[in-house]
Ligand binder design. Sequence first.
Ligand code: PMP
Length: 432
Amino acid sequence: MSESELLSRHRAVLPNWLALYYDEPIEIAHAEGRHVTDSDGVTYLDFFAGILTNAIGYGVAEISDAVRSQIDTGVLHTSTLYLIRKQVELAEQIAELSGIPDAKVFFTNSGTEANETALMLATQYRRSNQVLALRNSYHGRAFATVGITGNRGWSASALSPVKVSYVHGGYRFRGPFAGMSDADYIAACVDDLRDVLATTTSGDVAAMIAEPIQGVGGFSVPPDGLFGAFKEVLDEYGILLISDEVQTGWGRTGEHFWGIQAHGVTPDLMTFAKGLGNGLAIGGVVARGEIMDCLTANSISTFGGNPVSTAGAKATLDYLLAHDLQGNAAKLGDKLLGGLRDVAGRYPVLGDVRGKGLMIGLELVGRGGDPAPGAAGRVLEETKSRGLLVGKGGLHGNVIRLAPPMTLTEEEADEALSILDASVAVADREVS
Ligand code: PMP
């Protein structure tokens, strides 16, 4: 069956709102390292799967071996009602890496479930259903998480069990605080937080949840120290800080292991998912023990933390630590940022190049500086036709997102730079 036949069957039976990339969507049939091959035999350099699922790339023998030896025991899973050795070992490792005192870990199957759990813990612990989130945020697709998601393009339902108030601090390229210095921006966001607390909440708010760098929102990087300044205010009220590390964890930002560490604060809870399993479904929450243990009734996830996912995740974590992939993300991230800033200097359609490590956003703008989603769509298609897969995002759909596996090589970075250069040139010629 060809990809186009598969697409028409997909459209007939799967929901309209299930987002698919490309005018002609592809099916990945084979993958190795940082390359994927579709079922029509076309090979691409993958500059997006790093953040979605494959933090360290495809076909990594250490991960496949760990998963295979678990499968060979015959136990794909029995139930989380029994002891699971790899789950305990992985939890110990994540608790230690989190830097959260007396940390405990709960495993889920996705980032959505991780954030749902974090919200349940925070609201129960604080006995309040009021939550602060950032404008333009994305936290998942279930009842509470879709309800607090601040990016209207992804808030599929406005019905929410949580009372949410939004604060500034996510996206600073546009909006009332655009163009400010870092210090002024932080001061303006803190004023806004105080104002929102005083005017839209009763004060006894459960938590603030935030992505240290907004992912779906377009890889917008707040100034270092913003969340430290927020935390001082939150502490005055006893409000918990939940850092959503689903995209920023595991060293991807290069300079730190967790994105929130750029802000000099330790959160009360952190959530993670996506790349940890390097393709296997796993997510989770790490939190101070007293917060994690605040639930008085039983609560389990049937598949969360199962033997296969935790074996793969443990092998992934061991691999990325042993190979200093955080260091590689820092080095190649700097190279890509430098190269892309040079491209931006030549093509005005590239209005902003931003990011940290291997999490880089390219904001496409019209000649008047307005958001140019058409130009982003053009770059998406042009890069694909030249053999590079990238992501798209941002409130206006005008941001190209780059997030390759953290095992990226210098040569692959060079190849991507030259493809992006040529693709941005095409978009620049067409934009008005
Ligand atoms: N939080 C963030 C920051 C995310 O980017 C995502 C996924 N895009 C989620 C939560 C939800 O994760 P999942 O799709 O695994 O439910």
